[in-house]
Design a protein around this ligand. Structure first.
Ligand code: C2E
Ligand code: MG
Ligand code: MG
Ligand code: MG
Length: 279
């Protein structure tokens, strides 16, 4: 048996480099097909204003509708990046979010939509330029658009980040620092960048009722943000007690399964109307 395998070994190892490339080509084909068939769609998760107890915005979260399966972003965003298709999909996300804003505003749902930009997208000057260019088509709505970027993406290239974020804020777009506390950051940068709010990562919030360290981190981030004149959004609010604690800490906004998971547009509309007492 071992000999048999041994006999194939040369062929196996010598072709080892190829499967990787072939794999990427196959994946790229599949992803291009998915783009063509419009299978990348956006779900929306509400952001609640904790003082008003009203939905004031939402986060757009991408899904791949593959047959009757919904593939979560961590399973395909790395593939999009590997195959060089992330920029294309990033612009599709922007376009879909802007169209949704338009539709909702017509229906009287006047809320903000925030989209995510990954560090890899942020590294691509070409992407950032195309992004700004595409925004020109939606000028009257930009005050309702938000952008979420991680602190790591920002500090990788502070001068580009500063220019890009300044362009966004001049257009009226709000900038959120995503997953705050999990990456590398500097208060100095935060002070210099036109940022509206810090989003406290799920990992700190979802156990803040049982883990004192997490509670202290959440409290510290809220106080830091407020002292810099920034708002705070807590992600991963899963229980009533989280909401209560966050309100005591004067956190501004909350997002999490306690209110709602990310929803397709029609379900979001229904949830919005009910939650905001419009139905
Ligand atoms: P993120 O931007 O930090 O998004 C928050 C994630 O937490 C979402 O996962 C959301 O579904 C999840 N979440 C919401 N509420 C709760 C909760 O109460 N408990 C817990 N445990 N989790 C909660 P999702 O949708 O799987 O997205 C994962 C990540 O994928 C996002 O993290 C974001 O970094 C990335 N992503 C999503 N959509 C896009 C996109 O359009 N473009 C880019 N570049 N990245 C995206
Ligand atoms: Mg986000
Ligand atoms: Mg986050
Ligand atoms: Mg995250």
């Amino acid at each position: 048996e071992a000999k048999k395998l041994g006999g194939n070994r040369v062929v196996y190892y010598s072709s080892k480099e190829f499967p990787k490339i072939e794999e990427i080509i196959t994946k790229k084909k599949e992803l291009l097909e998915a783009i063509k068939k419009d299978e990348f769609i956006l779900f929306y998760q509400p952001k609640i204003d904790l003082k008003e107890k009203k939905i004031v915005g939402c986060e757009a979260l991408i899904r791949w509708k593959k047959g009757d399966k919904l593939v979560p972003p961590y399973e395909f965003i790395p593939l999009l990046e590997e195959t060089g298709l992330m920029n294309e999909v990033g612009l599709i996300v922007l376009e879909k979010a802007c169209r949704q804003l338009k539709e909702w505003h017509k229906k009287g749902i006047e809320i903000e939509i925030a989209i995510n930009i990954s560090p890899a997208q942020f590294r691509s000057g070409e992407f950032l330029q195309s992004f700004l260019k595409d925004l020109e088509g939606y000028t009257e709505l930009l005050y309702y658009l938000g952008v979420e970027v991680t602190e790591t993406a920002l500090v990788e290239n502070v001068s580009v980040a500063t220019l890009f974020l300044k362009s966004l804020s001049e257009l009226g777009i709000r900038v959120y620092i995503d997953d705050f506390g999990t990456g590398y950051s500097s208060i100095l940068h935060l002070k210099q960048l036109p940022v509206s709010a810090l989003k406290i990562d799920v990992e700190f919030v979802k156990d803040m009722d049982v883990n004192e360290r997490d509670y202290e981190i959440v409290k510290g981030v809220i106080n830091l943000a407020h002292s810099l004149g920034l708002k705070t959004v807590a992600e991963g609010v899963e229980k009533e007690i989280h909401e209560k604690m966050l309100m005591e800490l004067s956190c501004d906004y909350a997002q999490g399964y306690y209110y709602s998971p990310p929803l397709p547009p029609e379900e979001f509309e229904e949830f919005f109307r009910k939650f905001n007492g419009l139905k």
